[in-house]
Design a protein around this ligand. Sequence first.
Ligand SMILES: Cc1cc2nc3c(=O)[nH]c(=O)nc-3n(C[C@H](O)[C@H](O)[C@H](O)COP(=O)(O)O)c2cc1C
Length: 376
Amino acid sequence: VTVVTSVGDFRELARRRVPRAIFDYADRGSYEEITIRRNRADLDALTLRQRVMVDASKQTLATTLAGQPSALPLMIAPTGLTGLFRGNGEIYGARAAAAAGIPFCLGTLSILSIEQVRESTEVPFWFQLYLMRDRGFNANLIARAKEAKCPVLVLTLDLQVMGVRRRDAKNGLSVPPRLTLRNALDIATKPGWALGVLTAKSRAFGNLKPLAGSADLKSLSAWVANQFDPSITWKDVAWVRERWPGKLVLKGVLDADDARLAVDQGADAVVVSNHGGRQLDGACSSIAALPEVVRAVQGRCEVLLDGGVMSGQDVLKALALGARGCLIGKAYLYALAAQGQAGVAKAIEIIGNELKVSLALTGAIDVQNVSPDILR
Ligand SMILES: Cc1cc2nc3c(=O)[nH]c(=O)nc-3n(C[C@H](O)[C@H](O)[C@H](O)COP(=O)(O)O)c2cc1C
């Protein structure tokens, strides 16, 4: 790939630059990978209506997401282990997003800690929370997000148990990466990656030192199974709502009934999401669930979407079906792994330009006002 023109190009570059176990951790889904494929297939299956002779000289691409200004109806999704895709990757992602004027969401399972990212970036970022068994520790994370001036807390609802990603089990994915012979051979051919990751500010879960200690975590899924609380319910969402005065986004809603329950909890936004096809395999695609969620919330909270979004055309389709904006997970990680901060900046620029052109060619003008009529 000499000239990068799409997110697909970044995927190819990432595949060559990072060890197989890391690439697969992002690229693959749970079990038979039915849902991860559906996310893409259902977006592809939507047909845009080409309309001509509509003045496209005055487009509006800017919007707000959970009340925060954004230059595009797009933001960076929270992803775990990001600093293993590129050393200090969370800082690069946050900086690229800030420069592009879009929100960045840091994950609980980031490699760098909230504080490490905060001290290296100018613009406050959003923080994603996973509830752990230790309630005191959750309260501690919430306090640290407040201290870091995060304007928005994203509570992820769809991982109280972990979907099995068979590839990760076969690759022996662990944090920090274990040096098996196979890994060592792989890493030896990826010196650029290794140098960056080995010299980074952190190589384990930065936010979880008090929980994880320095102990070697065997497999990621075994560790998650130990720390994550499978007993969480909507009452725990209320617990978080009481402690978080800022905007609260509930992520992982894929059903109209759950969308109504999320509104009842005082969500400022929901993210229609199946965790990028990494959790319940056999679930519907995010884009297929979007219309029923939009109907269910009746404008009482914002509706965002993620799952399979790789282009501006994908974003436009989601807007047409009622989403206020989209999050990118894999698209972001491919670009970060491939080219660091410049790569993420470029990926945002590519998706933004695709959106701009496609808006014009469908005769739509304002991203806050895209009609379902632009779909056939
Ligand atoms: C490698 C990877 C790690 C992820 N880690 C988290 C996480 O820690 N917390 C979370 O809420 N979502 C996590 N997600 C899900 C994303 O936030 C998002 O829902 C998903 O990636 C969207 O689908 P896409 O990858 O097709 O864009 C992760 C996704 C990927 C690909």
